[in-house]
Design a protein around this ligand. Structure first.
Ligand SMILES: [Zn+2]
Ligand SMILES: [Zn+2]
Length: 403
Protein backbone atom coordinates (compact mmCIF):
# COMPACT_ATOMS: atom_id res chain seq x y z
CA UNK A 1 0.00 0.00 0.00
CA UNK A 2 1.03 3.57 -0.19
CA UNK A 3 1.84 3.89 3.48
CA UNK A 4 0.71 7.52 3.51
CA UNK A 5 -2.67 6.58 2.15
CA UNK A 6 -2.90 3.76 4.70
CA UNK A 7 -1.84 5.97 7.57
CA UNK A 8 -4.31 8.66 6.60
CA UNK A 9 -7.14 6.15 6.48
CA UNK A 10 -6.08 4.60 9.78
CA UNK A 11 -6.17 8.00 11.46
CA UNK A 12 -9.56 8.72 9.98
CA UNK A 13 -10.94 5.36 11.02
CA UNK A 14 -9.79 6.04 14.59
CA UNK A 15 -11.40 9.47 14.41
CA UNK A 16 -14.67 7.87 13.22
CA UNK A 17 -14.68 5.59 16.28
CA UNK A 18 -14.10 8.60 18.53
CA UNK A 19 -16.90 10.48 16.79
CA UNK A 20 -19.29 7.58 17.54
CA UNK A 21 -17.92 7.05 21.08
CA UNK A 22 -21.02 8.34 22.87
CA UNK A 23 -23.31 5.99 20.93
CA UNK A 24 -20.98 3.00 21.30
CA UNK A 25 -20.65 3.36 25.07
CA UNK A 26 -24.40 3.90 25.31
CA UNK A 27 -25.02 0.67 23.36
CA UNK A 28 -22.60 -1.24 25.58
CA UNK A 29 -24.29 0.05 28.75
CA UNK A 30 -27.83 -0.46 27.47
CA UNK A 31 -27.16 -4.07 26.48
CA UNK A 32 -25.47 -4.60 29.84
CA UNK A 33 -28.50 -3.22 31.70
CA UNK A 34 -30.86 -5.50 29.76
CA UNK A 35 -29.22 -8.91 29.80
CA UNK A 36 -30.75 -11.43 27.38
CA UNK A 37 -29.67 -15.07 27.18
CA UNK A 38 -29.16 -17.38 24.18
CA UNK A 39 -31.59 -16.68 21.32
CA UNK A 40 -33.57 -14.22 23.46
CA UNK A 41 -31.43 -11.22 22.46
CA UNK A 42 -34.26 -9.27 20.83
CA UNK A 43 -33.36 -5.83 22.16
CA UNK A 44 -29.58 -6.12 21.82
CA UNK A 45 -29.74 -7.28 18.20
CA UNK A 46 -32.28 -4.59 17.29
CA UNK A 47 -30.29 -1.78 18.92
CA UNK A 48 -26.98 -2.74 17.30
CA UNK A 49 -28.57 -3.26 13.88
CA UNK A 50 -30.37 0.09 14.09
CA UNK A 51 -27.12 1.95 14.77
CA UNK A 52 -25.47 0.27 11.78
CA UNK A 53 -28.39 1.15 9.55
CA UNK A 54 -28.10 4.78 10.64
CA UNK A 55 -24.41 4.54 9.70
CA UNK A 56 -25.20 3.59 6.12
CA UNK A 57 -25.19 -0.22 6.26
CA UNK A 58 -27.67 -2.44 4.42
CA UNK A 59 -29.17 -4.28 7.36
CA UNK A 60 -31.23 -7.42 7.66
CA UNK A 61 -32.52 -8.57 11.05
CA UNK A 62 -33.18 -12.22 11.80
CA UNK A 63 -30.89 -13.67 9.13
CA UNK A 64 -30.17 -17.35 8.41
CA UNK A 65 -33.26 -18.49 10.28
CA UNK A 66 -32.08 -17.05 13.60
CA UNK A 67 -34.53 -14.37 14.82
CA UNK A 68 -31.96 -12.60 17.00
CA UNK A 69 -29.15 -12.50 14.44
CA UNK A 70 -28.50 -9.70 11.99
CA UNK A 71 -26.31 -9.00 9.02
CA UNK A 72 -25.11 -5.52 8.03
CA UNK A 73 -23.14 -4.97 4.82
CA UNK A 74 -21.17 -2.01 3.46
CA UNK A 75 -18.65 -1.60 0.64
CA UNK A 76 -18.92 -2.77 -2.95
CA UNK A 77 -15.59 -4.27 -3.89
CA UNK A 78 -12.47 -5.83 -2.40
CA UNK A 79 -11.95 -8.49 0.25
CA UNK A 80 -14.79 -9.09 2.69
CA UNK A 81 -14.02 -8.82 6.40
CA UNK A 82 -16.67 -10.07 8.83
CA UNK A 83 -16.86 -8.55 12.32
CA UNK A 84 -18.69 -10.77 14.81
CA UNK A 85 -20.92 -8.98 17.30
CA UNK A 86 -21.84 -11.10 20.32
CA UNK A 87 -24.42 -9.83 22.80
CA UNK A 88 -25.83 -12.73 24.82
CA UNK A 89 -25.70 -12.83 28.61
CA UNK A 90 -25.48 -15.65 31.16
CA UNK A 91 -28.50 -16.85 33.14
CA UNK A 92 -28.54 -15.36 36.64
CA UNK A 93 -25.28 -13.36 36.42
CA UNK A 94 -26.06 -11.13 33.45
CA UNK A 95 -23.19 -9.80 31.36
CA UNK A 96 -20.51 -11.59 33.37
CA UNK A 97 -18.75 -12.42 30.09
CA UNK A 98 -18.88 -8.82 28.89
CA UNK A 99 -20.51 -9.51 25.53
CA UNK A 100 -21.97 -5.99 25.70
CA UNK A 101 -18.38 -4.83 25.00
CA UNK A 102 -18.05 -7.25 22.07
CA UNK A 103 -21.23 -6.05 20.37
CA UNK A 104 -20.25 -2.39 20.78
CA UNK A 105 -16.68 -3.05 19.51
CA UNK A 106 -17.96 -4.73 16.35
CA UNK A 107 -20.44 -1.96 15.63
CA UNK A 108 -17.79 0.71 16.28
CA UNK A 109 -15.32 -0.99 13.92
CA UNK A 110 -18.06 -1.41 11.34
CA UNK A 111 -19.15 2.22 11.44
CA UNK A 112 -15.56 3.41 11.15
CA UNK A 113 -14.81 1.10 8.22
CA UNK A 114 -18.00 1.92 6.34
CA UNK A 115 -16.82 5.52 6.11
CA UNK A 116 -13.59 4.44 4.37
CA UNK A 117 -14.70 1.21 2.68
CA UNK A 118 -14.82 2.56 -0.85
CA UNK A 119 -11.44 4.24 -0.59
CA UNK A 120 -9.82 1.20 1.04
CA UNK A 121 -11.40 -1.27 -1.39
CA UNK A 122 -13.00 -3.28 1.38
CA UNK A 123 -16.34 -4.99 1.94
CA UNK A 124 -17.33 -5.07 5.58
CA UNK A 125 -20.01 -7.21 7.19
CA UNK A 126 -21.04 -6.87 10.81
CA UNK A 127 -22.68 -10.13 11.74
CA UNK A 128 -24.89 -10.29 14.81
CA UNK A 129 -24.06 -13.68 16.32
CA UNK A 130 -26.46 -14.74 19.10
CA UNK A 131 -26.13 -17.54 21.64
CA UNK A 132 -22.38 -17.82 22.19
CA UNK A 133 -22.63 -18.95 25.81
CA UNK A 134 -25.00 -21.80 25.00
CA UNK A 135 -26.30 -23.55 21.89
CA UNK A 136 -23.72 -22.06 19.51
CA UNK A 137 -25.18 -19.41 17.22
CA UNK A 138 -22.00 -19.13 15.16
CA UNK A 139 -21.94 -22.84 14.45
CA UNK A 140 -25.42 -22.50 12.96
CA UNK A 141 -24.37 -19.41 11.01
CA UNK A 142 -21.39 -21.32 9.62
CA UNK A 143 -23.61 -24.25 8.60
CA UNK A 144 -26.10 -21.88 6.98
CA UNK A 145 -23.52 -20.14 4.82
CA UNK A 146 -23.06 -16.81 6.63
CA UNK A 147 -19.28 -16.94 6.16
CA UNK A 148 -19.15 -18.33 2.64
CA UNK A 149 -17.82 -15.20 0.96
CA UNK A 150 -15.69 -14.00 3.87
CA UNK A 151 -11.92 -13.49 3.58
CA UNK A 152 -11.32 -12.86 7.28
CA UNK A 153 -13.33 -12.80 10.49
CA UNK A 154 -12.43 -10.54 13.39
CA UNK A 155 -13.75 -10.06 16.91
CA UNK A 156 -12.40 -9.15 20.32
CA UNK A 157 -13.46 -10.37 23.77
CA UNK A 158 -13.07 -8.58 27.12
CA UNK A 159 -10.81 -10.14 29.75
CA UNK A 160 -8.88 -9.02 32.85
CA UNK A 161 -5.85 -8.25 30.63
CA UNK A 162 -4.93 -7.89 26.94
CA UNK A 163 -3.88 -11.13 25.23
CA UNK A 164 -3.23 -11.68 21.54
CA UNK A 165 -4.50 -15.26 21.50
CA UNK A 166 -5.52 -17.99 23.94
CA UNK A 167 -6.10 -21.67 23.22
CA UNK A 168 -9.77 -22.28 22.40
CA UNK A 169 -10.90 -25.76 23.39
CA UNK A 170 -13.39 -27.94 21.54
CA UNK A 171 -16.50 -28.31 23.68
CA UNK A 172 -19.27 -30.89 23.83
CA UNK A 173 -22.61 -30.64 25.58
CA UNK A 174 -23.67 -33.82 27.38
CA UNK A 175 -26.97 -34.37 29.17
CA UNK A 176 -27.00 -37.35 31.52
CA UNK A 177 -30.44 -38.75 32.37
CA UNK A 178 -30.55 -41.39 35.10
CA UNK A 179 -33.55 -43.70 35.54
CA UNK A 180 -34.22 -45.72 38.66
CA UNK A 181 -37.33 -46.79 40.59
CA UNK A 182 -39.71 -44.36 42.26
CA UNK A 183 -40.48 -45.54 45.77
CA UNK A 184 -41.43 -44.47 49.28
CA UNK A 185 -38.36 -42.82 50.70
CA UNK A 186 -38.79 -44.19 54.24
CA UNK A 187 -39.45 -47.75 53.13
CA UNK A 188 -36.78 -48.12 50.49
CA UNK A 189 -34.00 -45.58 50.94
CA UNK A 190 -31.44 -48.30 51.53
CA UNK A 191 -32.14 -50.28 48.37
CA UNK A 192 -30.85 -49.80 44.82
CA UNK A 193 -32.52 -47.84 42.07
CA UNK A 194 -32.29 -44.40 43.69
CA UNK A 195 -31.80 -42.12 40.68
CA UNK A 196 -30.59 -39.18 42.77
CA UNK A 197 -28.05 -41.23 44.64
CA UNK A 198 -26.81 -42.53 41.29
CA UNK A 199 -26.56 -39.01 39.88
CA UNK A 200 -24.59 -37.76 42.88
CA UNK A 201 -22.31 -40.76 42.35
CA UNK A 202 -21.77 -39.57 38.77
CA UNK A 203 -20.74 -36.11 39.97
CA UNK A 204 -18.29 -37.59 42.47
CA UNK A 205 -16.85 -40.03 39.93
CA UNK A 206 -16.36 -37.37 37.26
CA UNK A 207 -14.84 -34.87 39.67
CA UNK A 208 -12.23 -37.50 40.52
CA UNK A 209 -11.34 -38.34 36.90
CA UNK A 210 -7.77 -37.68 35.86
CA UNK A 211 -7.64 -35.00 33.19
CA UNK A 212 -4.95 -33.90 30.76
CA UNK A 213 -4.05 -30.15 30.88
CA UNK A 214 -6.53 -29.36 28.09
CA UNK A 215 -9.45 -31.45 29.33
CA UNK A 216 -12.30 -29.93 31.34
CA UNK A 217 -15.35 -31.60 32.84
CA UNK A 218 -17.97 -29.36 34.47
CA UNK A 219 -21.55 -30.24 35.29
CA UNK A 220 -24.67 -29.00 37.06
CA UNK A 221 -27.71 -30.91 38.24
CA UNK A 222 -30.77 -30.11 36.15
CA UNK A 223 -33.29 -32.24 37.99
CA UNK A 224 -32.82 -33.96 41.32
CA UNK A 225 -36.36 -34.96 42.23
CA UNK A 226 -39.54 -33.31 43.53
CA UNK A 227 -40.04 -34.02 47.24
CA UNK A 228 -37.93 -35.81 49.83
CA UNK A 229 -40.53 -38.48 50.62
CA UNK A 230 -40.44 -39.91 47.09
CA UNK A 231 -37.23 -41.44 45.81
CA UNK A 232 -37.06 -39.87 42.34
CA UNK A 233 -37.51 -42.14 39.37
CA UNK A 234 -35.56 -39.87 37.06
CA UNK A 235 -32.78 -37.31 37.56
CA UNK A 236 -30.52 -35.44 35.16
CA UNK A 237 -27.43 -33.31 34.94
CA UNK A 238 -25.76 -31.37 32.16
CA UNK A 239 -22.06 -31.25 31.36
CA UNK A 240 -19.69 -29.22 29.22
CA UNK A 241 -16.72 -31.40 28.26
CA UNK A 242 -13.67 -29.83 26.65
CA UNK A 243 -10.48 -31.01 24.98
CA UNK A 244 -7.73 -29.64 22.77
CA UNK A 245 -9.43 -30.51 19.48
CA UNK A 246 -12.44 -32.33 18.10
CA UNK A 247 -10.63 -35.64 17.81
CA UNK A 248 -9.44 -35.60 21.43
CA UNK A 249 -12.88 -34.40 22.48
CA UNK A 250 -14.54 -37.43 20.92
CA UNK A 251 -12.36 -39.85 22.87
CA UNK A 252 -12.77 -37.77 26.04
CA UNK A 253 -16.57 -37.88 25.72
CA UNK A 254 -16.38 -41.66 25.28
CA UNK A 255 -14.19 -41.92 28.42
CA UNK A 256 -16.65 -39.81 30.42
CA UNK A 257 -19.63 -41.82 29.20
CA UNK A 258 -17.95 -45.08 30.24
CA UNK A 259 -17.26 -43.65 33.69
CA UNK A 260 -20.88 -42.51 34.00
CA UNK A 261 -22.21 -45.91 32.90
CA UNK A 262 -20.03 -47.70 35.43
CA UNK A 263 -21.11 -45.42 38.25
CA UNK A 264 -24.82 -45.56 37.40
CA UNK A 265 -24.83 -49.34 37.00
CA UNK A 266 -23.23 -49.72 40.43
CA UNK A 267 -26.18 -47.77 41.86
CA UNK A 268 -28.69 -50.07 40.20
CA UNK A 269 -29.94 -47.50 37.69
CA UNK A 270 -29.94 -46.97 33.92
CA UNK A 271 -28.51 -44.01 32.01
CA UNK A 272 -29.25 -42.23 28.75
CA UNK A 273 -27.08 -39.61 27.02
CA UNK A 274 -28.20 -36.74 24.88
CA UNK A 275 -26.87 -33.37 23.74
CA UNK A 276 -28.42 -29.95 23.24
CA UNK A 277 -26.04 -28.88 20.50
CA UNK A 278 -23.20 -30.25 18.33
CA UNK A 279 -19.63 -29.43 19.48
CA UNK A 280 -17.94 -26.06 19.47
CA UNK A 281 -14.71 -26.42 17.55
CA UNK A 282 -11.21 -25.63 18.77
CA UNK A 283 -9.94 -22.15 17.89
CA UNK A 284 -7.60 -21.86 14.92
CA UNK A 285 -6.18 -18.37 15.39
CA UNK A 286 -4.68 -16.87 12.23
CA UNK A 287 -1.40 -15.49 13.56
CA UNK A 288 -0.90 -13.13 10.58
CA UNK A 289 -4.14 -11.37 11.47
CA UNK A 290 -3.48 -11.68 15.21
CA UNK A 291 -0.08 -9.98 14.85
CA UNK A 292 -1.64 -7.08 12.93
CA UNK A 293 -4.25 -6.73 15.66
CA UNK A 294 -1.53 -6.79 18.32
CA UNK A 295 0.49 -4.09 16.55
CA UNK A 296 -2.56 -1.83 16.29
CA UNK A 297 -3.76 -2.33 19.85
CA UNK A 298 -0.20 -1.60 21.07
CA UNK A 299 -0.19 1.59 19.01
CA UNK A 300 -3.18 2.65 21.13
CA UNK A 301 -1.00 2.34 24.25
CA UNK A 302 -2.04 -1.11 25.41
CA UNK A 303 0.32 -3.72 26.86
CA UNK A 304 -0.28 -7.39 26.08
CA UNK A 305 0.62 -10.40 28.20
CA UNK A 306 3.66 -12.06 26.57
CA UNK A 307 2.43 -14.94 24.46
CA UNK A 308 5.01 -17.25 26.11
CA UNK A 309 3.05 -16.99 29.38
CA UNK A 310 -0.20 -18.20 27.81
CA UNK A 311 -0.78 -21.94 28.21
CA UNK A 312 -3.45 -24.56 28.74
CA UNK A 313 -4.65 -22.89 31.95
CA UNK A 314 -5.73 -19.83 29.91
CA UNK A 315 -7.88 -21.93 27.59
CA UNK A 316 -11.61 -21.44 27.25
CA UNK A 317 -14.05 -22.25 24.46
CA UNK A 318 -15.93 -20.16 21.92
CA UNK A 319 -18.15 -20.82 18.92
CA UNK A 320 -15.77 -18.50 17.07
CA UNK A 321 -13.78 -21.76 16.91
CA UNK A 322 -16.29 -23.07 14.38
CA UNK A 323 -15.84 -19.91 12.30
CA UNK A 324 -12.06 -20.19 12.53
CA UNK A 325 -12.14 -23.60 10.84
CA UNK A 326 -13.70 -22.15 7.67
CA UNK A 327 -12.39 -18.53 7.55
CA UNK A 328 -9.06 -17.07 8.81
CA UNK A 329 -10.09 -15.66 12.19
CA UNK A 330 -8.96 -14.04 15.41
CA UNK A 331 -10.39 -13.89 18.95
CA UNK A 332 -8.00 -11.69 20.99
CA UNK A 333 -8.72 -10.52 24.53
CA UNK A 334 -8.98 -6.85 25.44
CA UNK A 335 -8.29 -5.88 29.06
CA UNK A 336 -10.95 -4.21 31.21
CA UNK A 337 -8.91 -4.10 34.46
CA UNK A 338 -11.11 -6.53 36.36
CA UNK A 339 -8.11 -7.45 38.56
CA UNK A 340 -8.31 -11.01 39.85
CA UNK A 341 -11.94 -11.31 38.75
CA UNK A 342 -12.45 -13.62 35.79
CA UNK A 343 -15.26 -13.87 33.23
CA UNK A 344 -18.37 -15.71 34.50
CA UNK A 345 -17.85 -14.31 37.99
CA UNK A 346 -20.41 -11.71 39.14
CA UNK A 347 -17.62 -9.15 39.59
CA UNK A 348 -16.83 -9.37 35.89
CA UNK A 349 -20.33 -8.17 35.06
CA UNK A 350 -19.64 -5.13 37.25
CA UNK A 351 -16.30 -4.60 35.48
CA UNK A 352 -17.92 -4.70 32.02
CA UNK A 353 -19.39 -1.17 32.38
CA UNK A 354 -16.52 0.65 34.06
CA UNK A 355 -14.49 3.43 32.48
CA UNK A 356 -11.89 0.83 31.57
CA UNK A 357 -14.50 -1.30 29.79
CA UNK A 358 -15.72 1.77 27.91
CA UNK A 359 -12.14 2.49 26.83
CA UNK A 360 -11.89 -1.14 25.69
CA UNK A 361 -14.96 -0.62 23.49
CA UNK A 362 -13.22 2.23 21.68
CA UNK A 363 -9.72 0.70 21.54
CA UNK A 364 -11.13 -2.66 20.45
CA UNK A 365 -13.17 -1.03 17.71
CA UNK A 366 -10.14 0.91 16.46
CA UNK A 367 -7.79 -2.08 16.50
CA UNK A 368 -10.34 -4.28 14.69
CA UNK A 369 -10.96 -1.58 12.09
CA UNK A 370 -7.22 -1.03 11.48
CA UNK A 371 -6.70 -4.78 11.14
CA UNK A 372 -9.51 -4.94 8.59
CA UNK A 373 -7.96 -2.05 6.66
CA UNK A 374 -4.68 -3.97 6.51
CA UNK A 375 -6.46 -6.92 4.88
CA UNK A 376 -7.51 -4.63 2.04
CA UNK A 377 -4.52 -2.34 1.83
CA UNK A 378 -1.29 -4.09 2.82
CA UNK A 379 0.21 -5.66 -0.28
CA UNK A 380 0.42 -9.43 0.01
CA UNK A 381 -1.18 -9.61 3.45
CA UNK A 382 -4.30 -11.46 2.38
CA UNK A 383 -2.12 -14.00 0.55
CA UNK A 384 -0.09 -14.52 3.76
CA UNK A 385 -3.31 -14.91 5.75
CA UNK A 386 -4.56 -17.55 3.32
CA UNK A 387 -1.22 -19.32 3.13
CA UNK A 388 -1.15 -19.71 6.89
CA UNK A 389 -4.75 -20.89 6.94
CA UNK A 390 -3.95 -23.59 4.37
CA UNK A 391 -0.78 -24.83 6.08
CA UNK A 392 -1.87 -25.03 9.73
CA UNK A 393 -3.88 -27.65 11.58
CA UNK A 394 -7.19 -27.11 13.34
CA UNK A 395 -5.51 -25.45 16.34
CA UNK A 396 -3.37 -23.15 14.17
CA UNK A 397 -0.08 -25.07 14.48
CA UNK A 398 2.07 -25.47 11.39
CA UNK A 399 1.25 -28.91 10.03
CA UNK A 400 4.95 -29.87 9.92
CA UNK A 401 5.52 -28.79 13.52
CA UNK A 402 2.72 -30.90 14.97
CA UNK A 403 3.55 -32.78 18.12
ZN1 LIG B 1 -18.49 -16.62 28.49
ZN1 LIG C 1 -17.70 -14.69 26.25
Amino acid sequence: MSSLRGRGLRDRVAAEVDAAAGDLVDLSHRIHANPETAFEEVRASTWLAARLEAGGFDVELGTYGLPTSFRADAGKSGPRVVLCAEYDALPGIGHACGHNVIGACAVGAGLALAAGAEEAGLRVTVLGTPAEEDLGGKRMLVERGAFEKADACLMVHPAPVDIRQTPGLALADLVVTVRGRASHAALSSGSGGNALRALVGVHVALSEMELTPYERCNGVILHGGEVPNVVPEETSSRWFLRARNLEELESFVARVEEEVERSVAAAGCAVEFSSRFPPYREMKTNSVLAERYEAHVRSLGRELVPQSLIGAESATSTDQGNVSQVVPSIHPMIGIDSGPVLPHQPGFAAAAVTESADRAVLDGAKALAMTALDVAMVDGLLEQVREEFETTDSTGNRVSEQD
